[in-house]
Write a protein that binds this ligand. Sequence first.
Ligand SMILES: *[C@@H]1O[C@H](CO)[C@@H](O)[C@H](O)[C@H]1NC(C)=O
Ligand SMILES: *[C@@H]1O[C@H](CO)[C@@H](O)[C@H](O)[C@H]1NC(C)=O
Ligand SMILES: *[C@@H]1O[C@H](CO)[C@@H](O)[C@H](O)[C@H]1NC(C)=O
Length: 373
Amino acid sequence: MKFLFFLFLISFIICNKKLILVQVITRHGDRTPLKTLPNQKNEWNCDLNFYHLSNPESKTIFQKVYIPNRQQFNGNCLTGQLTSKGFQQHFLLGQKLRKKYFNELNFIPEKYDPKLIYLRTTDKQRTRNSVYGNLLGLFPIDINEEKIEVLDVNTVDLDYEYMHVNKILCPKLKRLLLDLENSSFWKERKEYKFLHEEVVKIFNDSSLLDTSLRKVRDNIYCTLSHGKPIPEGISYSLAAELVEETRWQIETLFVNKLISKLSVGLLIKDILEAMQNKIVEKIEYKYMFYSGHDTTLAPLLSNFNVFDGSKVYYSSFIIFELYSDDSNHFFVRFIYNDEVYLIPGCKSTFCEFETFIEIAKKVIPINFTEECV
Ligand SMILES: *[C@@H]1O[C@H](CO)[C@@H](O)[C@H](O)[C@H]1NC(C)=O
Ligand SMILES: *[C@@H]1O[C@H](CO)[C@@H](O)[C@H](O)[C@H]1NC(C)=O
Ligand SMILES: *[C@@H]1O[C@H](CO)[C@@H](O)[C@H](O)[C@H]1NC(C)=O
């Protein structure tokens, strides 16, 4: 169930509850494709992440320069790299969050404070750079500041990451996905068969099956997002069908409760533990930011039973707000892209913390290793 956000800004005041912790989980912004397609001439140019300081005191800046004609696409971008457009999307989201949590609620400090702000990301260029864009909107640069500030952005090796579907960390996920994608339910659908046949025909390449088709769909989506020409032979209606197929597949994966649980159950554990630690004043953080993927947000929504299968767009965000009242009761609010959701099982959008714990515990693996065998 959805409610308009502004209604709840009013109730924030009426209900006399005090905000004590905000946790924001986002999808990265617009990015380049993961793969180029045969005969595709599009050029992708990126002006992000090209400069590196070896350390803050250093006067030397390194610039990354791609060797021409050795990349997936023409131009100077990495595959799946956050584009300037994607950076801007996160910058705007950061500004929006600043407006709410600083200007309106005076909750976060005016300037970045490492004691109060916690940052975490998957170790991908697009999610790391989304953090940078977002933080620039959340805490605008003070041009009078002389010294360079170093902000910690926490991450782990991709093989150990549980902020999204990790088939290496959880072998069972790999099997569940294979079984689903190999099922007749998946493969015998007329849309799936039609798209395969069309794409193989258009590119005259039978290797563009299964996982490769995913990269074709991904390419088409990124290309359309930039208004660049789509490959010859692919009509706009076929392109739309390819994009819809991606949405369908993400929906179908994450309505599966076991897949959703094993994908981000441990992240939910972290989110819950942060709340519990805040309540007993074990942590000082007021604002925790997690930079992830559509495969972070979709299973999160599914685990709280509010996933309607819609596409999780670039720089979408989920917010868990933790409140306390005068009599030491605690409440959680769940927000997705500006809308407050009633989590099924909660009596109100200010979900009583005990109820929230019960709901969260159902999707937190008790023994992840064992459940992932
Ligand atoms: C896919 O399903 C077919 C038929 O049910 C089976 O023979 C094949 O081994 C399966 N492939 C994988 C990778 O599971
Ligand atoms: C399609 O590919 C096959 C095998 O690579 C090749 O023999 C054939 O000439 C190609 N057809 C067209 C229309 O390009
Ligand atoms: C989790 O399960 C594994 C495998 O069954 C076992 O070795 C391990 O001790 C269990 N861990 C806990 C904390 O129970």
